[in-house]
Design a protein around this ligand. Structure first.
Ligand code: IVH
Length: 668
């Protein structure tokens, strides 16, 4: 119990200390001392007290982990010491070669190694200044990454302030991951809500850290293991073991299963010992990492272009099993892609029963010569969703059947297309139920028809209640029809109907983008709208006429051509026209003609302007915006970390300017 005389400030400090202590017991040591309810009580007490004394709230309080508002975009953080990648080995022989290389480089010195698990997550860098978490970033291109501080702060295993004597500044490197159970729970929820599943915990962790809304990341139960440091000011270490010990003592989560080995033989034994046990861990590991322990030796070994010479990953072989392929079903994804799925006689791999596996696409089935009825090898590697590796042809009976992709969509019966560049077969019908929700969300988004009140949740309800079968039906909705929907009040119902009404006047370019025609982005839609002026003319255009537009290549032309030849799409367009949706281009008169005749491409990150704003400026000054650099491009505006487009522009001799110059050009 707190002493009766404790001031609010002292009480707040006491509660924070206690919460931090229990966080550490729970998240770092896996040895909780109190129940979740007791923990919640402490947390609530702190929150109440801080609400009464807002001036006592500090950024490192445990109540400040989840920020209030979603971000508009991530900022960029430059790593003081680059974040490299690591070479892989797959056999003890290759580890011996690595050892020989290291020793040769060091002139035959004795070398000890630290071996630790290799986690399958996302690498991050945490910067603590004077012990306080200043920011956290993704690896990015190794030199600079996204500023994901807000998301990282929601991870309770990441202390907001370090304990004990800590360096003035330290960049801590670690892996954010999703524990197995959290991954499975997340996918169960996604399945129930009709969302696409994450293929493995790494994708799920990466997806969670990329969320602009930290409240989403906060719900994902992410955790971290810290395994190294980047820049350090005000401390020195001699060995990697010492680094790990400092991290642990400072309150960071360090994996307990690291081991110092004084010979490569011991390293190999330790690695091999973990392989059969890896399933007993509460998180996924795909191998072990072997690091030279002595930091002076590490320094002398140095780094190659992309990876250090003093560490190597030893990857475990993927787990495999043989079973029978009972059937091949075809799923329709939310983008209309038809994917063959193997239906298997259930088989146990790496502790779970597998009865379905991905076959990716028809070409792959053909290339691997897989037939229905075959005995097949199934593999579960880093991918939690298992893959069919090959057919055991020697065990064929002659009864096996060759698989053919259906010529029609299994979800709506519509025709399917396959574009030249892709191996995927797709359904392009606007009324296909398998794609409907995503199509509606795309149709309504801000850069498309900009329909206020129509987001993910609303789209899902409209589909689930059968109120909308395609985007044309949206305009037949009335306040009375949508009022019975969950959490729908009179006011929000009126807003949605008003939002729909307002969207009718957006014009052809936005409508074309909203229809979600493959390969037609907003720049492409703009070019089509300018080139053809009205949807009727566009829908009748031949491939040759389409390709005449400089922004339209053969792939995009074929996709547009196909789209207008699907009867269901014609019916939806008719509905839209009947509802009064504008199908001609509405072009605002340009503010000036400064950029007329110019074809401008933006690349890299702009700092003072949103991309859409910059593009708007080009158009309002009479120019056109392109998405890729071609011979027809006249000007490239390159922001920070511009990559291949900039190179291409230089190669083609296209004029390149930076953001400041672009602004000057517009202002002049
Ligand atoms: S040390 C040079 N230690 O594996 C960068 N990395 O395949 C290596 N990883 O980018 C940093 N477990 O994200 C290190 N125990 C471990 C690791 C580990 C997983 C990740 C890390 C790295 C990737 C390279």
């Amino acid at each position: 119990m707190p002493p009766k005389t404790a001031s609010p400030k002292q009480e707040i400090a006491r509660l924070r200390r206690l919460i931090r202590h229990h966080d550490r017991r729970y998240y770092e040591e896996d040895r909780p001392e109190i129940s979740d309810t007791e923990y919640d009580r402490l947390y609530r007490a702190l929150k109440d007290l801080e609400a009464r004394f807002p001036s006592l709230v500090t950024p490192d309080s445990p109540t400040q982990r989840v920020g209030g508002k979603p971000l508009a975009a991530f900022g960029v953080i430059r790593h003081r010491v680059p974040m490299l990648s690591m070479d892989n080995t797959y056999s003890p022989g290759e580890l011996q070669e690595f050892d020989a290389r290291v020793k040769r480089f060091l002139g035959g010195e004795k070398v000890s190694y630290v071996v630790e698990p290799k986690y399958d997550g996302v690498s991050v860098s945490l910067t603590y200044r004077k012990g306080a978490l200043q920011f956290g970033a993704t690896r990015g291109d190794g030199e600079q990454g996204d500023d994901i501080t807000a998301n990282l702060k929601t991870i309770r295993a990441i202390p907001l302030s370090l304990e004990g004597p800590v360096p003035k500044l330290i960049e801590i490197r670690g892996e954010v991951y999703l524990p197995r159970a959290a991954f499975e729970a997340l996918n169960r929820i996604r399945e129930k809500e009709g969302e696409p599943l994450f293929a493995n915990p790494r994708n799920a962790a990466a997806g969670s850290l990329k969320q602009l809304d930290p409240r989403v990341a906060a719900k994902r139960n992410l955790s971290i293991f810290c395994y190294g440091v980047g820049a350090v000011e005000g401390a020195g270490f001699k060995t990697h073991e010492e680094v790990l010990e400092l991290l642990r003592a400072a309150g960071l989560r360090v994996n307990p299963h690291h081991r110092l080995c004084d010979s490569m033989g011991r390293v190999i034994d330790y690695c091999n010992g973990w392989e059969p046990k890896k399933g007993s861990l509460t998180y996924h590991i795909d191998g072990m990492v072997v690091k030279v322990n002595d930091l002076d030796q590490q320094r002398r070994l140095g780094v190659t272009a992309k990876s250090p010479r003093y560490m190597i990953a030893y990857k475990f072989p993927a787990e495999r099993a043989v079973t029978q392929l009972l059937n091949i079903e075809v799923n329709v994804g939310r983008t209309g892609a038809l994917t063959p799925v193997a239906v298997l006689k259930p088989v146990l791999i790496a502790g779970t029963t597998v009865s379905r596996a991905s076959l990716h696409n028809e070409d792959e089935i053909r290339r691997k010569e897989i037939r229905i009825g075959d005995r097949v090898v199934i593999e579960k590697a880093g991918e939690i969703i298992p893959q069919v590796v090959e057919a055991v042809k020697s065990q064929r009976t002659g009864q096996e059947k060759v698989f053919r992709m259906p010529g029609r969509c299994p979800a709506c019966g519509g025709e399917v297309t396959r574009d030249e560049e892709e191996v995927a077969v797709r359904c392009v019908s606007l009324d296909c139920p398998a794609q409907l929700k995503e199509r509606l969300v795309h149709f309504a988004q801000r850069t498309a028809m900009d329909i206020e009140g129509l987001g993910d949740v609303m789209a899902r309800q409209l589909v689930a209640q059968g109120l909308v079968k395609d985007c044309g039906d949206l305009f037949g909705l009335t306040v009375e029809k949508i009022l019975p929907l969950e959490r729908m009040a009179e006011k929000s119902a009126r807003n949605l109907i008003a939002g729909l009404q307002a969207s009718k006047a957006r014009g052809l370019a936005r409508l074309l983008f909203a229809l979600g025609i493959r390969h037609v982005g907003s720049a492409g839609a703009e070019a089509l709208a300018l080139g053809f002026g009205a949807i009727g003319r566009l829908s009748r255009a031949s491939l040759e006429e389409l390709i005449k537009l400089p922004e339209v290549g053969p792939v995009m032309a074929a996709s547009i051509h196909d789209f207008f030849r699907v009867p269901a799409n014609g019916r939806v367009l008719e509905k839209l026209r009947a509802a009064g949706v504008k199908m001609e281009e509405v072009q605002a008169a340009p503010v000036s003609g400064k950029l007329s005749g110019q074809r401008v491409v933006f690349t890299g990150e702009l700092s003072g302007l949103a991309r859409s704003e910059a593009e708007g400026l080009v158009r309002s000054h009479g120019g056109m915006v392109g998405s890729s650099v071609t011979k027809k491009t006249t000007l490239v505006v390159a922001g920070a970390s511009a990559g291949s487009k900039l190179e291409k522009a230089r190669g083609l001799g296209v004029k390149v300017i930076d953001e400041a110059e672009f602004k000057r050009l517009i202002r002049e």
